[in-house]
Design a protein around this ligand. Structure first.
Ligand code: SAM
Length: 191
């Protein structure tokens, strides 16, 4: 099976870009995560780093953005030079296979994952790893498309997760909140 980096790197390096953050989405994010006050946040699959920068500069989390595609990490780093020297930390890392002890912090008050979960092959394994890096009382924020929001004939239906994926994602948390934004669903999950 193709590694995540082998899949994503050619897309980033050939100029593919993804849906930007809307005000409605950042509003929900802030409502569910609250102010960072210097606590640690981890954005998994950070892409060009927009969400990680928002967590860091607007919400006040000490943020690390990781991505398995070198071109995405390069883009995130370049943007940050424009923002000044005190931005998020960026790491080239495959969250599904790399050693989690290489992350800058042992535990994170917020772990975010935007438009990534759909593409994870071993979702059980992924969720286990998320639980390992979440601090007690932390929150796991997931933004994803839902397959059943689109007609079967719509080629974009493949961007969404299935009802079974949703069941797996939301099982076993003490609090599982959800909110809809058009084709997107946002989840705030707490251990
Ligand atoms: C659709 S893009 C979304 C990027 C960004 N989160 C956003 O909202 O714009 C999915 C990203 O997840 C990254 N990714 C996928 N699987 C990954 C993994 N196992 N570890 C780290 N990053 C991963 C890809 O390289 C890609 O940058």
């Amino acid at each position: 099976m193709q590694s995540p980096a082998a899949y994503w790197e050619p897309l980033w390096s050939s100029g593919r870009r993804y849906l930007g953050l809307s005000e409605a989405e950042t509003g929900l994010l802030s409502e569910q995560l609250g102010a960072g006050r210097g606590r640690a946040a981890l954005d998994i699959g950070c892409g060009d780093g927009a969400l990680a920068r928002h967590l860091h500069h607007q919400l006040g989390y000490r943020t690390t953005g990781i991505d398995c595609a070198p071109s995405a990490v390069d883009l995130a780093t370049e943007h940050d030079i424009e923002d000044g020297p005190s931005g998020p930390v960026w790491r080239l890392m495959d969250f599904t296979t790399d050693d989690l002890s290489e992350l800058p912090a042992p535990a994170y008050a917020a772990v975010t994952c935007r438009l990534v979960y759909r593409w994870v092959n071993d979702k059980h394994g992924f969720l286990d790893r998320v639980r390992r890096v979440l601090a007690p009382g932390g929150v796991f924020w997931v933004v994803t498309e839902l397959a059943d929001r689109r007609e079967r004939t719509d080629p974009l239906q493949r961007l969404g997760i299935t009802a079974r994926d949703v069941e797996l994602l939301t099982a076993g948390w003490s609090v599982a909140r959800e909110a809809d934004l058009g084709h997107l669903r946002c989840y705030a999950l707490r251990p």
